[in-house]
Design a protein around this ligand. Structure first.
Ligand code: ASP
Length: 461
């Protein structure tokens, strides 16, 4: 039997799913997940494993990603240059965190989110402890890099990878032909590793809508409207504070003449992923992919993003500021200027020692409340809705890391390229949003680019 002569090739459902732009799939998943969680309630928590798979897939990539991007990045810039980039990004991260905690404090002082609420009786929950700062700093140098890798200690792995990257740079420029050719060989292997990780990231992102749907549904089902309503003011302050902070990023990006449309076209995927996963470390593979799409060199993002995921938490700082005022309100305590300054200090310092994992901010809040000498019982109220606050603060944390990364790339010579051909999985045409990203990149004539805009157009996808 002959085939029907002129029937157009039918696209399979899977093909259509792949062709539908990722960001729309994520947006639909986000809204549908929230609705299902709120309407269905408790039974929706059965979706948890579907969300956990997504988290695990992302976490599976974090450590390999940090190792290969850092070694590749560091071996392509000089150590002196790396020091300069490091200093710049640390100043940026510290300054934005200080702004963020001030935003959180001021917004909460203006609104008094806790007045009129009753603290629950004595809580048996004791203040959580954050590790002391000196220990955190010391542990940056790993005794055993393989153990650090296995334990997921990002800062220690970064330290070892930077050392390896510097050594590799020396090998490649060695006068001894044997050493330099071995250096080249290693470098090619590492480059291959980077690409390998990103091919997996793209595959994982096709699962992201399912993961996002499940994670949001579970949070909404567990928190429920009943818990949210009495604390609506605090939730409003934290969400409003994050909106202000994103306004600050927009202003800084505009100041450095970074195209906002192109920035957010790339940043929105990690923003949604952070919102759903509540982990800036887990979002690292997605934010790294976004930095590549912005055209940032791996000499910058390989270093600034893992560092940011660990030490830069602007959204968390807003939350610590706002929630501390909330605790004082509930306890009926007037905060003194000294206590406020203490909160700022603890907020900024604690963010360095706490990892980008779900709920880490609650530990920082406990620390700030204890340091400011406030009663601990009202923290239990905050803990009840912590997941909902965690979503938005993690999104803010990741946006802050990407803003810092993009600004550093803008101010460093040769660290900004047209987006690489980042090879979609066979048959995955990139979404309209990305075509747009390339296009608006071409509009940015003032930005340094490594080639004419048309070289960035992707072929064969
Ligand atoms: N979940 C946040 C993050 O991963 C930290 C926090 O709990 O505030 O960035």
């Amino acid at each position: 039997m002959a085939d029907e002569p002129s029937s157009p090739p039918r696209r399979s459902l899977w093909r259509r799913y792949l062709d539908f732009p990722l960001i729309y799939k994520l947006a639909i998943a986000l809204v549908a997940g929230a609705v299902v969680g709120l309407v269905v309630g408790e039974p929706a928590t059965a979706l948890q494993p579907l969300g956990d798979v997504f988290l695990r897939l992302l976490q599976m990539l974090v450590m390999p990603l940090v190792v290969v991007t850092l070694i590749a990045g560091v071996s392509s810039v000089s150590p002196a240059r790396l020091g300069g980039i490091g200093l710049k990004v640390l100043v940026f991260y510290l300054a934005t965190s200080a702004v963020a905690i001030t935003v959180g404090l001021l917004a909460a002082l203006a609104v008094s989110p806790g007045t009129g609420l009753q603290a629950p009786g004595q809580t048996d929950q004791s203040p959580e402890q954050a590790p002391p700062v000196t220990q955190t700093l010391l542990e940056i140098v790993p005794e055993n890099p393989f153990a650090a890798l296995a334990e997921g200690n990002v800062l220690a792995v970064m330290f070892a990878a930077i050392a390896a990257g510097i050594a590799l740079a020396f090998m490649r420029s060695s006068a001894d032909a044997r050493i330099s050719s071995l250096g080249e060989l290693l470098r090619r292997g590492v480059d291959g590793g980077v690409e390998l990780v990103f091919v997996i990231v793209r595959g994982v992102l096709q699962y992201a809508p399912v993961g996002v749907f499940a994670l949001i549904a579970v949070v909404m089902a567990e928190t429920g409207v009943d818990a949210l309503v009495p604390l609506a003011k605090l939730t409003g302050v934290v969400y409003g504070g994050v909106a202000v902070q994103i306004g600050v990023y927009v202003a800084v990006l505009a100041l450095f003449r970074v195209g906002l449309r192109r920035f957010f076209a790339a940043a929105r995927e990690p923003m949604v992923t952070a919102f759903a996963t509540r982990s800036s470390s887990g979002t690292l593979p997605v934010s790294t992919r976004a930095a590549r799409r912005m055209g940032v060199d791996e000499g910058v993002y390989g270093f600034t993003l893992p560092l940011g995921a660990t030490v830069n938490m602007d959204g968390t700082a807003i939350y610590v500021g706002a929630a501390t005022v909330f605790v004082a309100n509930v306890a009926g305590v007037e905060l003194t200027v000294g206590q406020l300054l203490m909160v700022v200090l603890v907020g900024v310092l604690a963010s360095i020692g706490t990892a980008g994992v779900p709920g880490a901010g609650l530990i920082m809040l406990s620390l700030a409340v204890t340091q400011a000498g406030l009663p601990f019982a009202p923290v239990a109220l905050v803990a009840g809705i912590d997941a909902v606050l965690d979503m938005v603060r993690t999104m803010c944390n990741v946006t802050g890391d990407l803003t810092g990364t993009r600004i550093i790339a803008r101010t460093e010579r040769g660290m900004l390229h047209e987006p690489p051909e980042d090879g979609h999985p066979p048959g995955e045409p990139e979404s309209g949003g990305d075509a747009h990203a390339v296009h608006s990149g071409a509009e940015q004539g003032h930005e340094r680019s490594a080639g004419p805009p048309d070289t960035a157009e992707r072929s064969g996808t």
